[in-house]
Design a binder for this molecule. Sequence first.
Ligand code: ATP
Ligand code: MG
Length: 244
Amino acid sequence: MTIRPIVELQDITFRFSNRTEPILDGFSLSFKDHQRLGLIGPNGCGKTTLFHIIMGLHTPESGSLLFRGVPVDSKEQFRLLRREVGLLFQDADDQLFSPTVLEDVAFGPLNLGLSPAEARKKALETLESLGLADFSERITHQLSGGEKKLVSLATILAMDPRALLLDEPTNNLDPNTRHQLIHILRDLDLAYMIISHDWDFLSDTCNDVYAMSHGKVKQCGKAHLHNHSHAHPHGEQPHQHGHG
Ligand SMILES: Nc1ncnc2c1ncn2[C@@H]1O[C@H](COP(=O)(O)OP(=O)(O)OP(=O)(O)O)[C@@H](O)[C@H]1O
Ligand SMILES: [Mg+2]
């Protein structure tokens, strides 16, 4: 049996109603199981808009969005898509809304029909798997920017997605936490697509990188590992050099 791509965008055109120029202009991309795609492109080129179209938050004026080979054109189809695909918002404040971290992470599993006790267990397990066990009783809106990013990831992973759309996941992360995120992503048995301006991060986490410009996307090939020089206080910032 052929497993269809998770998501396929075919010749999508999208423009915001207050703008004449399209943001996406004949945009096509296929995202398959086990793929790890990086997506780069200048500020404002439409990367976040693309993820929002995939999740059904914006509706294209033409073209097709397919989920597992089926056109996504109804609420029910988007429900099925969202069951498999989790979006990490660029701004964590768009993701988190419950008073405590535990409630936020348990919200998704509860929504999927788990009992309160099962949802709590799932939330605690997920937080623990991300090294966030101590965060469960923290007040969500008091978390730092980087902490909010990681807790946001936990809210998505607690729902056992098959694929992730990660919109600038390294924003606000310090070098250690960024490094921790690289390991978390590498260990996940999931397909993901990452929007980032951080080439090194993409080369550490993705197999293919696509560049977006003028409403379209083209493959740049494999993320290229390279040695480079950069500055940091000697001996004070634990991090890795030289990718082999
Ligand atoms: N709701 C909206 N109404 C009108 N224009 C919008 C809306 N949302 C975004 N835009 C504009 O659409 C363009 C694409 O925005 P988008 O957020 O997709 O960019 P991006 O590639 O994610 O940029 P960044 O790298 O800064 O996150 C931008 O020029 C933005 O100002
Ligand atoms: Mg964006």
